[in-house]
Design a protein around this ligand. Structure first.
Ligand code: PHE
Length: 448
């Protein structure tokens, strides 16, 4: 392994970093809505099954590749399959997180703006057109995208230990406390029980093929799979750390956060008597309206809750964007022998430009359509429908079919020293080798 490569200081640090990558907008703006849409507790069960039997094996495959090679995605595939040109497929997984980062940073920027708005002004009841107006402006969203991406770059610039590890170790507990406070407040609102019922009451009539596909897609996105972030972070794991515990810990945190986020959001939505919405609409339109309604009762509480909420979103989005940024930086420092600061600058410039185009696609560039989508929509569809699944497939095939069973076992069990890992190795290997590729192929084909 490369001698001057930094590692995370402990197993907990690795879990915090990976959980930071996993917990993000996916948990806050998609999961709660999907749970309600697809039958409450019934969907939660599906989601847990999909996390355990599909997402976890892919996660472990990425981890095994990353830690065994001690390289970012491109170099890792070159080491594992020299001469097979697989590294070029690996290059796709260097580029895809940077595409996600570009549009993710635009949304991160909106959250920064809304955090500022909550602090300076607070939301009034006349906010209905605010979101649409704001995102179509040419300058302000760009400025916020710049701030968000700049913050991401600063953390990455500080390095694996003093930047990424330190930031995640500090922000993950903060995030948990914030979301629990908001959930407790939300549950205490009159009329909140409708939201709790929406989330938890199982409705098996909604247990459809769509729900299954939705659960799988969501677990994929939420655990940040197929884009080399898990691989790259795992390459910073110490040899004595436990890959299985890290995977279970990350998936557990991610699920717990998603559930609490549901309890933070849905009860408040129902208490305000509104229909839940998906995606940007939920966070940037429905919730500010709810904060404004709260303000009629108590201005102070409304301001505090909205500040805490948008702070949660900004931090959750930052810890995810940092992981995507690092994939690009690992590639440039390891493969192109660039300095960390030079690499950060290059990635910053590239993602800033693509992000700016995504941002402008809500305003001045809204007429530019590629394959029928705006630039923002295209980046989103391309990555979530095709590139992430492609990467997932690539990683499980490498571990299941190319790496060699003994090598995989050695890495997974720390050379036979982890007895519990040893015991379930056959099962995990079976899922990585046979189940995951088939299921991912099915998802890929349905996306077509
Ligand atoms: N998992 C993150 C979320 O839930 C998104 C993400 C995807 C982060 C891919 C990194 C890589 O928001």
């Amino acid at each position: 392994m490369n001698q001057d490569r930094e590692n995370f200081g402990s197993n907990i640090a690795a879990i915090m970093a990976l959980a930071g990558s996993a917990i993000g907008l996916g948990n806050l703006w998609r999961f709660p809505y999907m749970v309600g849409q697809y039958g409450g507790a019934a969907f939660i069960i599906l989601y847990i099954l999909s996390s355990l039997f599909l997402a976890l094996p892919i996660f472990l495959a990425e981890s095994i590749i990353g830690r065994s090679t001690g390289s970012g995605t491109f170099g890792a595939l070159e080491k594992l399959a020299p001469g097979r040109r697989l590294k070029w497929a690996g290059l796709v997984t260097v580029i895809s997180p940077l595409i996600i980062l570009s549009y993710y940073s635009v949304v991160g920027g909106w959250s920064v703006e809304y955090l500022g708005y909550s602090i300076v002004k607070g939301f009034g009841l006349d906010i209905s057109g605010l979101f649409g107006q704001f995102i179509s402006l040419p300058v302000m969203p760009l400025a916020c995208h710049t701030v968000f991406l700049g913050l991401t770059a600063l953390v990455v610039l500080a390095g694996v230990k003093s930047g990424i590890e330190r930031f995640n170790k500090f922000s993950m507990p903060v995030l948990l406390v914030l979301i629990v406070i908001i959930a407790l407040y939300s549950i205490s609102l009159p009329g909140a029980s409708g939201g709790i019922e929406y989330l938890l009451k199982p409705d098996f009539s909604k247990f459809t093929g769509d729900a299954v596909a939705g659960a799988m897609g969501q677990s994929f996105f939420s655990l940040s799979l197929g884009v080399g972030t898990v691989l790259t972070y795992s390459s910073y794991m110490r040899k004595k750390d436990n890959i299985l515990i890290t995977g279970l810990g990350t998936a557990g945190f991610d699920l717990m956060f998603a559930l609490i986020a549901g309890l933070a959001i849905m009860p408040a939505v129902f208490a305000a008597g509104i229909q839940p919405d998906e995606g940007p609409g939920l966070i940037f339109q429905t919730l500010p309206y709810i904060f404004a309604k709260m303000g009629v009762e108590s201005l102070v509480i409304s301001r505090i809750i909205s500040i805490l909420f948008f702070l949660t979103i900004v931090i959750a989005a930052l810890t995810s964007s940092i992981s995507m940024f690092e994939v690009g930086v690992a590639f440039l420092t390891e493969e192109k022998k660039m300095s960390r600061s030079g690499s950060v600058l290059v990635i910053l410039a590239g993602t800033w430009i693509l992000g700016a185009l995504c941002s402008l696609s809500f305003g001045p560039l809204s007429d530019v359509k590629i394959f029928g989508s705006t630039i923002f929509g295209l980046c989103d569809k391309l990555t979530s429908n095709y590139l992430m699944t492609f990467g997932g497939l690539l990683f499980v095939i490498v571990v299941g079919w190319i790496m060699g069973r003994d090598k995989v076992r050695d890495e997974f069990t720390n050379h036979g020293t982890l007895k519990a890992n040893e015991r379930i190795f056959n099962l995990i290997h079976f899922f990585i080798k046979f189940v995951a590729p088939v299921v991912i192929l099915l998802i890929f084909l349905t996306n077509f």
